[in-house]
Design a protein around this ligand. Sequence first.
Ligand SMILES: Nc1ncnc2c1ncn2[C@@H]1O[C@H](COP(=O)(O)OP(=O)(O)OP(=O)(O)O)[C@@H](O)[C@H]1O
Length: 264
Amino acid sequence: MKTYNLEENSIAKVSDEIEISSENLQVYYGNSHAIFDANLQFAKNQVTSLIGASGSGKSTYLRCLNRMNDKLARVDGKIMYKDTDINAKKVNVYEVRKQIGMVFQMPNPFAKSIKENILFGLQSNGIHDKNVLEERLESSLKEAALWDEVKDELSKSALALSGGQQQRLCIARSIAMRPEILLLDEPASALDPISTLKIEETVKALKKKYTIIIVTHSMAQATRISDYTAFFHLGHVVEYDKTTKLFNDPSMPATSDYLSGDFG
Ligand SMILES: Nc1ncnc2c1ncn2[C@@H]1O[C@H](COP(=O)(O)OP(=O)(O)OP(=O)(O)O)[C@@H](O)[C@H]1O
């Protein structure tokens, strides 16, 4: 593998309103340093892609944004969200995750009905008003572009849905909690091309209401759906910019080598 000076980077300041940012973020798995001093700002109601080779730290970084690494790793530095450092130990992680939802690579619906998948989190949080639940059920499934396909069989097991439908159900389950940010960790990598396109269309529509940060291995997908892109290499954020700039006119040699496939 080529070597690069990872002390150098090119991190653009975001001109849009900032929704969430990391400051001097470091992640350690035991003695292994996995993320080095990551400083990134994410624009509100925009889609940001995290790209880079396998093992570059994209998922590790993403998981920090809603404290999913708490039990796996030591995370130093700040995650600033609404003037609060949500990486601070006193912060209630369950409250954080209501506002910052996450969808994983493999669809993981509960072994319950479609309806119960959507309502479970709401009911667990003390929401029992029938009208509110019905409204959330319908609006979440509509936002995730699944309503038309399932509206007549809401009692059917979620596990009977196709992989792509299950993943849109997981997105619907997340947005039922009315988060402000959605973290998506390779949400389409286990899906066929048609399902992938549906997820991409859904993501593009969702940014009107949510700030979206997505890990993807597909550079084509990053260019199709994201406004901003961060390129990770060996735990460092090498370059961060508007997607069009990063892909068409990268500033760092590592970025241009990665994009052109001349990375090995
Ligand atoms: N739970 C864990 N325990 C120990 N090390 C881990 C753990 N998760 C990730 N790592 C290590 O941290 C580094 C970054 O991994 P991470 O999964 O964040 O990379 P990635 O860019 O998301 O990779 P991929 O594209 O393959 O998912 C790797 O060296 C990986 O082996």
